[in-house]
Design a protein around this ligand. Structure first.
Ligand SMILES: Cc1cc2nc3c(=O)[nH]c(=O)nc-3n(C[C@H](O)[C@H](O)[C@H](O)COP(=O)(O)OP(=O)(O)OC[C@H]3O[C@@H](n4cnc5c(N)ncnc54)[C@H](O)[C@@H]3O)c2cc1C
Length: 462
């Protein structure tokens, strides 16, 4: 067995002083549960881009792995220091460097949380569209690295659509500047979009120029119940085909609704599916926008529709979605939390396949989420202490991915690939495409030190 790389500790200590931490308290805080070979050698807490570049050069010299860490909320194991190495936390790099309303941009360091950025932007009447449910804790660096999204993606796009430029440190320890601070740019290869979503495998992001949107003055919503998933999906297709873009278009299947009602205590009628629809914009024109969305929501299979004319009432309609989160935890201590995507028109096929999978493996699977993007959370609920349930949940997973790919979909809409889905990349991409991805990885990180083992399956078996 190859000895783990060593010798970089004194150099990192000289570079970072007390911000190179090897004590158990730091290792437990930043890499909880990482034991044995997966325990990082230490935690680096750089305070500047130059320090990040210098630490990567030290690690490269010693052949040590470098794993970036934001808030550690990734559900795919992407921030886990597999095989040890140096965990780089960006918590000391969280400054909001500039907010330029005239240019609709903000320049931020990666360790700022999504919520901190939104709070700084609000007084300027602006916001940054990515809205993961983890916004209070997750960092902009993590959002960029995972191409995070949320309910608003249907109108405003995901992280990749809302970043103009990056400063990043490659695996050779060089600081590169990608993209620009302008909203139009036809200059060379778009490496910003390559690094966004690369999960720390190509470069460490040290600064980002974010593209901002004006904060809508008002929101209003609808809640529509349908007899079945097919009727709801037909409504989604109608909603997406008309000119008023919903600012949220969320779906819950029959199992999710039952769980939210019977376990989560939400006040919900019996139905085969639910759509939560929101519009945002100017208070003067919002009622007309809501009329258009309501007209599109109406159609075959509609059982009932409630309208919330303002934000407070719209919030109450959303209670079913919140109840679902609590209900899941109440019935199963663990879940395989997938975020698959299919073309909107294939949502009924996906929901039907998920229900069949649930029956075949005798395990609860719920489907809900961002219907306007065809991005559904398929959560396989199980008790890890029950070996039978554990085995059945993990047996259902490859079948779920095979179904999604057969429906013309993709493995992940917002959580990314990490370690958990890495080996399914062979099913999602052909060998030449995977080989090209490996070539891109080598161009950024010739020695393979950045977040090794994540995203791409080993080339030999690719
Ligand atoms: C309760 C909960 C709800 C969630 N809801 C959503 C949701 O609605 N939508 C959604 O998209 N996701 C969601 N997530 C997943 C997760 O929060 C997001 O993927 C988030 O973007 C991760 O940010 P983080 O700061 O925690 O990153 P981490 O988990 O620390 O890291 C994630 C990845 O980013 C890399 N990384 C971090 N910082 C940098 C950097 N500066 N440079 C390069 N690479 C970096 C890491 O190496 C790792 O590969 C949720 C998670 C939880 C726990």
């Amino acid at each position: 067995m190859r000895a783990p790389p060593s010798g970089f500790g004194p150099a990192l200590s000289a570079l970072l002083g007390p911000r190179w931490r090897t004590d158990a308290a730091a290792l437990d805080a930043f890499a909880p549960g990482a034991g044995g070979d997966d325990r990082p050698a230490g935690i680096a807490l750089p305070a500047s881009a130059d320090e990040v570049a210098a630490l990567v050069r030290i690690c490269r010299q010693h052949g040590a792995a470098v794993v970036a860490r934001g808030a550690g909320t990734s559900s795919t194991g992407s921030a886990r220091p597999v095989g040890g190495g140096v965990l780089v936390s960006f918590e000391r790099m969280r400054r909001i460097l500039a907010i330029e309303p005239a240019n609709r941009i903000a320049v931020v360091e990666p360790g700022a949380t999504n919520a901190e950025v939104q709070a700084a932007l609000a007084p300027h009447g602006l916001f940054w569209p990515p809205d993961p449910a983890s916004a209070e804790t997750c960092t902009v660096g993590g959002n960029l690295a995972c191409n995070a999204g949320g309910p608003r993606t249907v109108k405003y796009g995901a992280t990749r659509d809302n970043v103009l430029g990056l400063a990043a440190v490659t695996g050779t320890g060089e600081l590169v500047r990608l993209g620009s601070a302008t909203t139009k740019d036809a200059t060379g290869y778009d490496l910003t979009r390559v690094v966004v979503g690369s999960e720390g495998t190509l470069a460490l992001i040290v600064e980002a120029t974010l593209k901002l949107a004006p904060l809508p003055a008002a929101r209003a919503g609808l809640r529509a119940f349908y007899a079945d998933a097919a009727s709801a999906a037909a409504a989604v297709a109608r909603l997406m085909a008309q000119p008023v873009a919903p600012s949220m278009l969320e779906f819950m299947d029959a199992t999710s609704l039952r769980l939210a009602r019977e376990v989560g205590g939400a006040e919900l009628p019996e139905a085969g599916a639910l759509l939560l629809i929101e519009a945002d914009g100017d208070p003067a024109t919002l009622p007309r926008a809501l009329d258009a969305l309501e007209a599109a929501a109406r159609g075959a299979g509609l059982l009932g529709l409630e309208r919330a004319a303002d934000q407070a009432r719209a919030g109450r309609l959303w209670a079913a979605r919140k109840a679902l989160s609590h209900a899941q935890r109440a019935i199963a201590p663990a879940k395989l939390n997938e975020d698959v995507v299919v073309p909107v028109a294939r949502i009924p096929d996906l929901v039907e396949a998920i229900q069949a999978l649930s029956r075949r493996h005798a395990i609860p699977i719920i489907a809900f989420g961002h219907a306007g993007n065809g991005n559904l959370h398929a959560n396989i609920l199980y008790d890890p202490a029950d070996p039978g349930q554990h085995a059945r949940a993990h047996a259902a997973l490859p079948e779920l991915f095979a179904t999604v790919l057969a429906l013309g979909g993709t493995l992940s809409g917002e959580h990314g690939i990490g370690l958990a889905k890495r080996d399914y990349m062979r099913a999602a991409f052909d060998a030449p495409t995977l080989a090209l991805m490996h070539a891109v990885k080598r161009a950024f990180d010739p020695d393979g030190i950045l977040n090794p083992g994540k995203v791409l399956p080993p080339l030999a078996d690719a």
